[in-house]
Ligand binder design. Structure first.
Ligand SMILES: *[C@@H]1O[C@H](CO)[C@@H](O)[C@H](O)[C@H]1NC(C)=O
Ligand SMILES: *[C@@H]1O[C@H](CO)[C@@H](O)[C@H](O)[C@H]1NC(C)=O
Ligand SMILES: *[C@@H]1O[C@H](CO)[C@@H](O)[C@H](O)[C@H]1NC(C)=O
Ligand SMILES: *[C@@H]1O[C@H](CO)[C@@H](O)[C@H](O)[C@H]1NC(C)=O
Ligand SMILES: *[C@@H]1O[C@H](CO)[C@@H](O)[C@H](O)[C@H]1NC(C)=O
Ligand SMILES: *[C@@H]1O[C@H](CO)[C@@H](O)[C@H](O)[C@H]1NC(C)=O
Length: 636
């Protein structure tokens, strides 16, 4: 149903309900939606590990944008989006809001739309506008940017009156349950802080990683036989303060010796490449499945047991801030200042989820002449930035690098949504666990102080609206591991955010508006792309596109793998949004026709034989690699 046309009718209906039942009158209108944002499935570097050569080479799980829209009786509306991508780019937010403005005049603005990301490291790159984040993809990949922007379209599957919002908090997963007035489930938003890096930097199949799989499981559970990404129930698994939280729970070991890595520097024999964390499965597919399953299972448990009904206003507040120019007033009357952005040495060392190259070590507070030389070819840091960022040894003074255009953001968006007793803080970075805790506590104190008996719950929506690397506490910053080295605006970055969000929470609580802040740069017209498109595409000699090279067997037993090879064109010619490169159909013996039962979005159409706890039906599966065996139909 179209949300605009349905509006007046639904509003009258809600008012009517309120007149007859005077108590528990709080009602909301809810819409949920889902859109395909998979992007180019071949040849594009993946976003996250920044590893040269880790280019898309097929599909494990399709990527989706999932949306929940919530409106109160006065018509205050917020739109929360969770996308299966590594982070939200500032440009993406600006352009998505533009598209929404064209379509739904005046309904969606930069202030009431919150774009967040699951932080999967297995999606195509090239959709950010700042240089540092598009180096490994050889620039801006317009095809991918457009695929993500268009999938973020708000496609409402339903828009009815809703009256219950339930949530529960347990083991730090917060679940917002969305139901209609009969208690029928429409969707769920489950915040939980953990990196989506179960798939490691050797993976080349596009994947939503553990959170994408959790969404798929929850949606399959609620939607029965619907094709994946097409059912009415939508399960969002947005990211939170995951900065220092790894899903690879067996911990880091040396690939060569099998021994644990050096605990402080995360190296093996002085080098970082071989120090890799993994687990709990025996390979990355199994690990993704286990970590995804655990999130789904906990979310479902909380969803079923949800006992606190949300009531009260929907509100939102948004303000941009120049993060390289913040003065922090501490309670003891001292002050601190943020700095122009800079990346420290340990940034290049990577983490044990995806080690960097060269001889960088985590926890590095000294500099090397060789890397200083390389860096000086690009830009010598000013005395001011060196002092301000102490003790960070500066590898790239990105805030002072403006050639050919900006390397890092300095104007960043800050935003809070309120849905009754729940506050959602959108942070444009990866906050560590401790940073997140301090931020949540400060926001709660600021809000509760001005709204008596409010006792709000606060969740952090991480990697939201823009991306600016990491945020650590002042203490974590002193150690200069990867996260501290990637905390852009100096030792007081977190304190600046705490001050900013506390002020926003105070304004929200008092119901006063704030000035919008400095304009966010839109660098779309300046983007450079050095990545060539599809130059030549043709079938091998004597073959045509669509030719079957290796057909299916006549017969399979349960658990067998079906492998079929076709001649196909380069998948970059068409991202096949909302469609598939591979169809699995089942013969209906009664009507003797074929029904589509799975697509390339399904887990089963990838390589894994693992079953977790509850037996998982895998009567069909198909191994895939790019170039030859896609664009086909497998009939079983
Ligand atoms: C999880 O929640 C508990 C109880 O609210 C709290 O004590 C703990 O610090 C939280 N853990 C994290 C990682 O935020
Ligand atoms: C990635 O995972 C695979 C198992 O799926 C393992 O063989 C490989 O060593 C891992 N590599 C890295 C760099 O993590
Ligand atoms: C942000 O602050 C820095 C440092 O004061 C300043 O150089 C820069 O021009 C400011 N940017 C904007 C957009 O105001
Ligand atoms: C900070 O300054 C204010 C106003 O000057 C004063 O009232 C307060 O006592 C000072 N606080 C501390 C901890 O010095
Ligand atoms: C098979 O076809 C019959 C007749 O059209 C239909 O009633 C039945 O629902 C179909 N079964 C499946 C599993 O689609
Ligand atoms: C299969 O049969 C059903 C019921 O007879 C019909 O609705 C459906 O369109 C048919 N599907 C195809 C692919 O022919």
């Amino acid at each position: 149903m179209d949300d605009i046309h349905g509006k007046s009718l639904v509003m009258y209906f809600i008012l009517f309900l309120c007149l007859v039942s005077l108590a528990g009158c709080d009602k909301y209108r809810i819409g949920v939606g889902i859109g395909d944002i998979t992007g180019p499935a071949a040849d594009i570097n993946m976003m996250g590990y920044a590893k040269p050569g880790q280019d898309t080479h097929g599909i494990h799980l399709r990527l989706f944008s999932r949306t929940a829209i919530i409106e109160d009786l006065s018509g205050n509306r917020v739109c929360f989006v969770s996308s299966d991508i590594a982070m939200i780019s500032q440009l993406l937010k600006l352009e998505v809001v533009k598209v929404l403005e064209q379509k739904y005049k005046g309904v969606y603005t930069i202030n009431n739309v919150m774009l967040t990301s699951t932080h999967t490291h297995s999606g195509p790159a090239g959709f950010l506008q700042y240089i540092l984040y598009i180096i490994s993809s050889q620039g801006f990949i317009e095809q991918n940017f457009n695929a993500i922007r268009d999938g973020c379209r708000i496609r409402l599957l339903c828009f009815l009156q809703r009256d219950r919002y339930d949530y529960n908090t347990d083991k730090n997963m917060t679940v917002l349950k969305l139901t209609d007035s009969n208690g029928r489930g429409l969707g769920a938003i489950s915040w939980f802080a953990v990196h989506a890096t179960s798939m490691n930097n050797t993976n080349k199949l596009i994947s939503g990683d553990n959170k994408g799989y959790a969404s798929q499981l929850f949606e399959q559970d609620m939607n029965g036989g619907s094709l994946h990404g097409k059912g009415p129930f939508v399960a969002l698994f947005p990211q939170s303060n995951e900065g220092d939280v790894s899903p690879n729970i067996n911990g880091p070991f040396c690939l060569d010796t099998g021994l644990p890595c050096d605990a402080i520097t995360s190296t093996c024999g002085g080098r970082n490449e071989n120090c890799v964390a993994s687990g709990p499965g025996s390979d990355m597919f199994e690990s993704t499945k286990i970590i995804g399953y655990r999130q789904y299972a906990k979310a479902k448990e909380l969803y079923n047991g949800a006992d606190t009904q949300l009531s009260g206003k929907v509100q939102y507040i948004h303000q941009t801030i120049n993060m390289s120019d913040v003065t922090i007033q501490f309670p003891d009357n001292t002050t601190g200042k943020t700095c122009a952005a800079a990346m420290g040495y340990s940034f290049a060392a990577g983490t044990t989820d995806g080690p960097g190259a060269f001889d960088f070590r985590q926890g590095d507070t000294s500099t090397s002449p060789f890397w200083n030389l390389v860096r000086n070819l690009i830009r010598t840091p000013s005395k001011q930035i060196i002092e301000c960022q102490t003790p960070k040894p500066i590898l790239f003074p990105t805030g002072e690098m403006k050639f050919p255009y900006l390397w890092e953001p300095s104007v960043l968006p800050t935003q809070i949504f309120r849905i009754g007793g729940l506050l959602i803080i959108a942070v444009p970075a990866e906050f560590t666990t401790m940073s997140g805790r301090r931020l949540r506590d400060a926001v709660k104190v600021a809000f509760d102080k001005h709204v008596p008996n409010s006792d709000v719950d606060v969740v952090i929506a991480g990697l939201a609206n823009a991306y600016s690397s990491y945020v650590t506490t002042f203490e974590e910053y002193q150690i200069q591991r990867y996260e501290g080295a990637s905390t852009l605006f100096g030792p007081y970055t977190l304190d600046a955010y705490i001050q900013q969000y506390s002020r926003l929470a105070t304004s929200l609580a008092k119901g006063v508006s704030v000035d919008p802040g400095p304009a966010e740069p839109n660098l779309l017209s300046q983007q450079i792309c050095l990545k060539p498109g599809v130059i030549y595409d043709g079938a091998p000699f004597g073959k045509r596109f669509g030719d079957v090279l290796a057909d299916a067997n006549d017969r399979y037993s349960p658990g067998d793998r079906v492998k079929v090879t076709f001649v196909s064109a380069n998948p970059r010619n068409d991202v096949r949004a909302e469609s598939t490169f591979l169809a699995i159909e089942r013969l209906n013996a009664t009507s003797s026709n074929w029904t589509l039962i799975a697509t390339d979005a399904n887990w089963e159409t990838s390589r894994s034989h693992f079953t977790y706890n509850k037996p998982y039906k895998e009567s069909y599966s198909s191994g895939r690699s790019i170039g030859s065996d896609i664009l086909g139909t497998v009939r079983i």
